[in-house]
Design a protein. Structure first.
Length: 317
């Protein structure tokens, strides 16, 4: 039943994909968490989509705690899954304003994916930190302590990454984790800035299907197809267009029109009017027009009437 709910949630939302293959014990040690609640729901994966359970760091009365929470929730009155929250709307929208003060958390991942649109195709890219550390996303959680879900807070993308998407997740530094979890709302909102210390590279298109949980999803993808230059020895030269430049086609068409108009003007000026009339008369004598009178005259000269006329005559009788 849990798997069916995850698949349904992934169908209701577009985009949003991360990777997290970190060991649970390593996570608990790295982020100094007292416990890891619902550890059995967390499944390390190279291709994590909305609706999946991921490790989330929250504050407790005794310190920090790791919990497996579902990515994305549906507020009341909304028939779609929310996976992100804009940083500019955290204090404006009622859905998020009530969570900013008391339910801030941090979602952990190795990196995230973005897609570049190239014509009709889309090329995926994997983004991760330059220093190789896991990413800690600013997030908000909703629901009960034991059963909850979260959304990732996003901000405007930096200049180095705006070519692929205008937004990116808010990445919190290690020394600012306590500020996001335990600080005031003003201190937390001051951390919502773009993070530039990232590297990215193209990955295999298999990551487009969230069911593909393979190491190739985060490995660098190199296109083996080479683009060869067009030369006379290459077969592509044979199929090359004769006039690749559209301006040259227009100029050739203009030259033809000018030549045709020049010939017509020459004919109009060189041939006298009387000659044209005589030529027309000769053509009429040679090829007479079959008007109604000529047609009757030809029919009367025929010994046998045509079958069509005989048939019409019988019908009249």
């Amino acid at each position: 039943r849990q798997r069916q709910m995850c698949i349904r949630d992934r169908r209701r939302v577009r985009g949003g994909r991360t990777a997290c293959t970190l060991d649970p014990d390593q996570l608990q040690t790295t982020y100094k968490a007292n416990q890891f609640q619902k550890r059995e729901l967390y499944r390390p994966s190279y291709n994590v989509g909305p609706g999946r359970y991921q490790p989330v760091l929250r504050k407790t009365s005794t310190g920090r705690s790791l919990t497996s929470l579902k990515w994305g929730f549906s507020p009341s009155g909304l028939n779609r899954l929310l996976i992100n929250a804009r940083s500019s709307s955290l204090t404006k929208k009622p859905t998020f304003s009530r969570l900013v003060s008391t339910k801030r958390c941090l979602a952990i991942a190795e990196g995230y994916f973005e897609w570049e649109k190239i014509g009709k195709k889309k090329q995926p890219y994997f983004f991760k930190r330059k220093d190789g550390k896991p990413m800690v996303f600013a997030a908000l959680w909703n629901g009960k302590e034991d059963e909850g879900s979260y959304v990732v807070v996003t901000t405007e993308a930096g200049k180095a990454f705006s070519w692929i998407h205008d937004r990116m997740p808010v990445i919190i530094e290690d020394d600012a984790i306590d500020t996001w979890l335990n600080g005031s709302v003003e201190q937390a909102l001051a951390l919502l800035k773009p993070f530039d210390e990232l590297i990215f590279y193209p990955v295999s298109p298999v990551v487009g299907n969230s069911r593909n949980d393979l190491p190739e999803c985060i490995q660098k993808f190199e296109n083996v197809e080479e683009k060869k230059p067009i030369t006379k020895g290459n077969i592509t030269y044979f199929f090359k267009s004769a006039n690749p430049n559209p301006n040259q086609k227009v100029s050739n068409a203009k030259e033809k029109l000018e030549n045709n108009s020049f010939i017509e003007n020459q004919i109009k000026t060189e041939i006298p009017k009387e000659t044209k009339i005589s030529v027309k008369n000769e053509i009429k004598k040679e090829y007479p027009v079959l008007n109604r009178e000529n047609r009757k005259r030809q029919l009367s000269d025929m010994t046998e009437p045509p079958r069509k006329l005989v048939k019409i005559k019988r019908e009249n009788n």
